[in-house]
Design a binder for this molecule. Structure first.
Ligand code: GDD
Length: 419
């Protein structure tokens, strides 16, 4: 049997994702019409003999209960949310729940970060992992040399694929091959984590004996049960014939900012074209709007037949798109109203916002720039109080800006953050 664990983090993490994460947990923010965490979960469904999926995080239980029960029914694989009382780090988190995770007596455990966007080649990784015979296999991708330092950089043996060297976010360049935050382990990983934890406890005891010596040993004073997978496990195990890599040439991105969430929404839409084309809007029929490229439209959304939508657009529940509206590369959230002849390009339009006739909401589409995507962050709790939403009045133009709730825009704005 195989089990999968997805690390979802908690409310103190993901601050760079604001304002999108102000009222909704980041893992539940919709990409291509489905919560961020839904994409790795549905990828797990392709793993042979999958018995359980666990989400581990330190958000309140109730934030995930609805999603977890609906996805369990849909996938016919039990999905369970396990809440940590405090952050234990990426390895400490799974160690904390080792008894539960081992309940099914799995031969392999997948571990996935929830904030990465990938085609998740999990069955292929598992096959490779069995061939290598180590305790873990890491999904790896080649990135540009300039961007590599945001990730764990690694060196591997080109013939055996053994992980030879690992450095987390190094200051000087090591390699353009990076850790994708997707792993498969044998249960021996728990022994490795326990080793680090025991070492920490020994140091802590020593500290009581000699505080000077202890300061030299561990100046960062990390709690003994806080164990990071990357620095504390991968780095020391590199070059010991225990860890191997599986390199993907498919798409892979990290989702830390709102701009990247739009980029990843577009990537997942284009993946649907290959994997689940029935989820995409077709534009067939005389009453349908013109659809260009990959577009997701929730069945309850109303799109006028003269609107033109796509590519790269996802439209959530109960949105209304008026006559002649033009939407390109955007995420339209629940209950948004876009009136006639309005244009929305490279934007995220928050719950229940409204965009007036002939208005334009747009951005440069530079996903890495702070204001490369325009965000109307209205009323981030769906349907609570319509009075709080952002409203862009008729003919107003909003360019490269972030607009927080409670705003009515009656004059144009450009390159601004309106709090
Ligand atoms: N449950 C729980 N508890 N989850 C956690 C905790 C914790 O204490 N700490 C982090 N996470 C989750 C985050 O929500 C995220 O999904 C994942 O674990 C990794 O987060 P970080 O530890 O903050 O690392 P990172 O995202 O900056 O970098 C990691 O991922 C990169 C790939 O996206 C590293 O492993 C890098 O080497 C890697 O390149």
């Amino acid at each position: 049997k195989v089990v999968a664990v997805i690390m979802v983090g908690g409310p103190t993490k993901g601050t760079r994702f604001r304002p999108l994460s102000l009222n909704i947990p980041k893992p539940l923010f919709p990409l291509a019409g489905y919560p961020m965490v839904h994409h790795p979960i549905s990828a797990c469904k392709r793993i042979p003999n999958l018995a359980q999926i666990y989400l581990i995080g330190f958000y309140e239980e109730r934030e995930f209960s609805l999603y977890v029960s609906s996805i369990s029914n849909e996938l016919k694989v039990p999905v369970r949310y396990l809440r940590e009382d405090k952050p234990h780090g990426s390895a400490g988190g799974i160690y904390n729940f080792r008894d539960l995770i081992m309940e099914e007596d799995p031969s392999h455990i997948f571990l996935l970060n929830c904030d990465v966007c990938s085609s998740f080649p999990l069955p292929e990784m598992l096959e490779a992992h069995k061939r290598y015979g180590g305790i873990g296999t890491i999904l790896v991708v080649k990135v540009s040399a300039e961007s590599a330092n945001q990730f764990g950089e690694l060196v591997s043996d080109p013939v055996t694929n053994e992980l030879l060297h690992y450095t987390e976010k190094p200051e000087t360049f090591v390699s353009d091959r990076i850790n994708c935050g997707v792993y498969v382990f044998t249960p021996d990983i728990f022994t490795a984590i326990q080793g680090v934890s025991t070492q920490r406890k020994d140091r802590a005891n020593l500290r009581r004996v000699s505080s000077f010596e202890a300061m030299q040993l561990d100046t960062r004073n990390i709690p003994t049960d806080y164990v990071r997978l990357d620095q504390d496990i991968l780095s020391p195990l590199a070059g010991k014939k225990q860890l191997y890599i599986y390199e993907t040439t498919h798409f892979w991105e990290q989702i830390k900012t709102p701009g990247m969430s739009l980029k990843c929404s577009v990537l997942y839409l284009s993946q649907f074209r290959h994997t689940t084309p029935h989820l995409l809007a077709t534009g067939d029929g005389t009453k349908s709007a013109a659809i260009i490229g990959d577009v997701y439209i929730h069945p309850s959304a109303k799109v006028h037949p003269t609107a033109k939508i796509g590519p790269g657009v996802s439209i959530s529940a109960n949105a209304r798109i008026g006559p002649g509206a033009r939407l390109i590369s955007c995420i339209i959230l629940d209950g948004v109203e876009i009136k006639e002849n309005a244009v929305v390009i490279h934007a995220i339009v928050g719950w229940k916002s409204s965009i007036g006739k002939w208005a334009r909401v747009q951005a440069s589409g530079d996903y890495n720039a702070k204001l490369g995507v325009t965000i109307l962050a209205a009323n981030l709790v769906p349907m609570v109080n319509p009075g709080e939403s952002v409203s862009v009045e008729d003919e107003v133009v909003v360019v490269n800006s972030i607009v927080l709730p409670h705003k009515t825009l009656n004059v144009g704005v450009q390159d601004e953050i309106l709090l």
